[in-house]
Design a protein around this ligand. Sequence first.
Ligand code: GDP
Length: 529
Amino acid sequence: MSDSQIAKAADVRRTFAIISHPDAGKTTITEKLLLFGNAIQMAGSVKSKRADRHATSDWMKMEQERGISVTTSVMQFPYKDRMVNLLDTPGHEDFSEDTYRTLTAVDSALMVIDGAKGVEDRTIKLMEVCRLRTTPILTFVNKMDRETRDPIEVMDEVETVLNIQCAPMTWPIGVGKGFKGVYHLLNDEIHLYKQGQGNRIPDDVRIKGLDSPEAIEVLGEDLIEELSMEVELVRGASHEFDLEAYRRGDLTPVYFGTAMGNFGVREMLDGFVEYAPPPQSRDTDTREVTAHDERFTGFVFKIQANMDPKHRDRVAFLRVCSGKYEKNMKMRHVRINKDVKIPDALTFMAADRSHVEEAWPGDIIGLHNHGTIQIGDTFTMGEDMRFTGIPHFAPELFKRVRLKDPLKMKALQKGLQQLSEEGATQVFQPFDNNDLIVGAVGTLQFDVVAHRLKEEYKVECMYEAVNVQTARWIYCDDTKMLEDFKRKASANLAYDGGGFLTYIAPTRVNLQLTQERWPDITFRATREH
Ligand code: GDP
């Protein structure tokens, strides 16, 4: 296998996720992207996600109805001469940890903004996560077929609230009922919008020149005059597209359109495959791994239960960082220091869900997991190293687990241990008593855990309130001091599912006082896997 074959395959790959506030149009735009990738024949085949807004109790049923399965978590499709990998992120904010970790596996993100609502809460949070790794962001301002806010105002808001420069790539011609299309600022072309083509690949009708006779004939003199003035203003007041600044995360190219009407999406996708970065280098504890490295490496960023009741196993999602995966190959599972043969990894070609024969840097493969794989695990060709930067977040909500049948303690412990390994929840065992405390970032996680304990481990449990408000992972190089701390603070200490020492604070004030009392002990709100 030559070096250049890997480099070539890596360079055509574009791996990304969509960040947006619920309802901005992520599902709709995903569907349109799959249309362009010829992965589906007609829009309407990706299930509606209404479920997101339902009561929390029937989560499993919802997820099934929603059609969220292992195979829709990653969608691969070809477009032009690129291979695109789109990683889905859960819509519900209770699963934000999952979203954060998925963002560690992409090379760029698409930010979808509702043109009427502008920048919303969840977008702000997700943008902060992208910042941690300076992930390049491309922006799509959606719903231009509705009465939106002034596009200049929307861009202003993106710049000030999200602290990123905007470079408009297309500019809307009219809004709402009067939405006629976009003017492409780089190509000097008008792209015309025709209603009623939302469910298929729309016609690509273009007019060269902003005020050509043809443009005036089609759009009318008044509209063209207005548009020319606006474009002049926008060009003067905004930033020009700068590839380097985009790749550094300092600037975002902005496209306008309507996902529902499937317009403006093609222009965005064309820009995306041209400008978005190919698979990027990634850090490990020993060296940097580049996508052109010949030897296979990858890390697990997500574990998902298989929704198909016939397949009770879980699937671990591995991002290939370098080299090539081939069917039946052996790889080193670094954490347990074992070589494992992977005969049947899953691939995610959206049109054809077959078993993967090969995968390249930037691709995601699904490994069947019977309990040995955890989030953050590294796989190599034998090299002893670990990818870094895949975070665990300190939970915000805590509950004590009580068994309905006290004889099921073993099964409960096993279940909680496995669920915490895959990141579905976090579990804490206090020093001073036999409680089992589960921690979550969102309340829905508790329901999921109870449901899965019952279905998968045959354990019925209840939750009780527990006097814990927040948790911090404890680090200290001075072993003597650490021992002292463990003795004196034992009432509030626990081990988490991974065996890490954790301070579980009854109140934030208590946490603050403890931190002040022990200035040489580090209290971390995140821990890496
Ligand atoms: P998500 O929660 O971000 O995945 O948003 P969805 O894709 O489910 O869209 C939320 C709602 O907005 C749905 O009712 C969509 O039909 C609607 N929607 C999405 N895109 C557009 C658009 O371009 N124009 C209009 N008018 N509605 C849209």
